[in-house]
Every structure is written in C-alpha cells, then in structure tokens.
Design a protein around this ligand. Structure first.
Ligand code: GTP
Ligand code: MG
Length: 253
C-alpha cells in the first residue's frame, strides 16, 4: 500500500496541523484498466498520469475539500433587510482508497471497503464488459462498506467517444435504478474529473447534516475532524478560543 497525502505538499508548514470538520473515507473500485488511478491522479494533481502502472493492492491519497453547508452560519448576523443567514462552508478531509481491479487482488482490496461512506465505481465507456461488471462491484461494496454508502458510477474515457460501447442513457438509467449518481469523465483531457468526488462529498455532507449519517457511529465512514471537536469543546466552555482555523488549501467547490 502506498500512502500519499496529496495536499500537504501545497500547504505552508505553519498550516500543516489540518483543521477540518469531517473526515470521509471513499473507495475507488471497478475493473482493471478502466482508469481509476488516472481519474484520482488527475483530480488531485490537475494533470494526466502517464504512464499508469496497474495498482498493486490499494493506494491511498487524501485531500481537503471545502463545500457549502446546508446549515446557515450561526455567526452570521441576520437583519430584517436580509433575514436569511448565509450558509457556512465546511471543510472535509477526503481519504481516497484506490484499489486494484485485477481479480487476484480482490480478496485483499475487499478488506478496505469497510468503513467507507462513499464509492466511486468506474467503468470504461468503450468496454461493455467493464459496464457489466458493475453489478458485482456494487453488490460487494454495498455488502461490506457503510450501510449508508453513497455511490457515484463513473463512465470514464469520454475522449474515446467514437469507440463507445455503452450509451449514456443506458448507463445513467442503470445508475438511477441502483440508487447511484452517474457522471462521465476523461482522465486524459481532465473533463469532469472533479465531479465524482464533489458529488459524493456533497451527498455525504447532506446525509450528515440531515442526521441520516451519524459520525459518532462506528462504521459510518465519517468522523468528526479536529475543527468540529474544537467547536464542541468551545461551546461546552472547556476550551478557550475554539472555533475557526484558517483555511487550508485543498479543493474548494
Ligand atoms: N483514452 C483514455 N485512456 C485512459 C483514460 N483513463 C485512463 N486511461 C488509460 O487506461 C489505462 C489504465 O488506467 P489506470 O488508471 O491505470 O487503470 P486502473 O483502473 O487504475 O487499473 P488497475 O490499477 O489495474 O485496477 C492507462 O493506459 C491509462 O493511460 C481516459 O480517460 N481516456
Ligand atoms: Mg489503478
């Protein structure tokens, strides 16, 4: 297993103690060669991964994402002229576990599904076979990861439209019927590479804020970050000066 903390290199040393509201665990799964590692690499580094060797077992990376919260900011002042408070933003630390698609690693990679609250399930739009494998990838993930798993199906290699074997409509219907979102990407041109991660992070944040997903529950796939814990301590009066840390680099959506 390779460990990389992709955001730490872009942050000044003084900001390294990361303050984030929630920690999420996502898994990337799908047949070998569909482009999982290239997709994650392009999302994190904004460039093509070339060459891209097969993943051995599981690779790990993490990033910070800032998303608008569905809960209005408690610190914002509301006036009769502007009665609604603006939404606060939340910072999420997103751990991405990129798994090998090769069958020989399947028993190893399954061990990493546990405790994931989001899955990016990838197929190659030029390979019907990889699309047909989705059923098996998804049922494994639903069986082993968090019971409230949020899923995005990704049709990758959109730059190879001429060789498409799976129509957009068929794939998006399949995703809908299986309770998942659908997006098409190209890890070669970079088209839509951020979308699967933004969609998942938004869905998970909404589930937390609506009470559907409980970060205190073991196996939920989400836990409170240091910033959220500090805020709670500050409310309880047990810690002075809790609350906002500076931001942090990473992705802002
Ligand atoms: N044309 C095109 N090629 C891609 C795209 N994404 C990945 N590839 C190519 O597909 C091959 C496999 O990509 P990987 O990202 O390593 O595939 P993977 O799903 O991680 O494969 P495993 O690690 O074996 O599970 C590489 O040769 C990539 O260059 C894409 O969007 N378009
Ligand atoms: Mg890979």
């Amino acid at each position: 297993m390779v460990g990389t903390d992709s955001d730490s290199s872009s942050l000044p040393a003084t900001e390294l103690p990361e303050l984030y509201d929630y920690l999420l665990k996502l898994i990337l799964i799908g047949d070998s060669g569909v482009g999982k590692s290239c997709l994650l690499y392009h999302f994190l580094n904004d460039r093509i991964r070339d060459p891209s060797p097969h993943t051995i077992g599981v690779e790990f990376a993490s990033t910070l994402m800032r998303l608008p919260s569905s809960i209005p900011s408690s610190s914002a002042i509301s006036t009769s002229a502007s009665p609604s408070r603006p939404a606060a933003s939340k910072t999420l630390k997103v751990q991405c576990w990129d798994s090998a698609g090769q069958e020989r690693f399947r028993s190893v990679t399954r061990n990493y599904y546990r405790g994931a609250c989001g899955a990016v399930v990838v197929f190659d739009i030029t390979s019907r076979r990889s699309f047909e494998s989705l059923t098996s990838w998804l049922s494994d993930a639903r069986a082993l990861a968090s019971p409230d798993l949020e899923v995005v199906i990704v049709g990758n290699k959109l730059d190879q439209e001429d060789d498409r074997q799976v129509p957009y409509l068929e794939a998006s219907r399949w995703a809908q019927e299986h309770g998942a979102l659908y997006v098409e990407t190209s890890s070669k041109t970079g088209e839509n590479v951020e979308q699967p991660f933004i969609l998942l992070a938004r869905a998970i944040l909404l589930a937390v804020e609506s009470g559907k997903l409980d970060p205190d529950k073991t196996g939920s796939g989400v836990s409170y970050g240091e910033r959220a814990l500090r805020r709670v301590s500050s409310w309880n009066g047990s810690l002075g000066g809790g609350g906002k840390g500076g931001l942090l680099g990473g992705k802002c959506c």
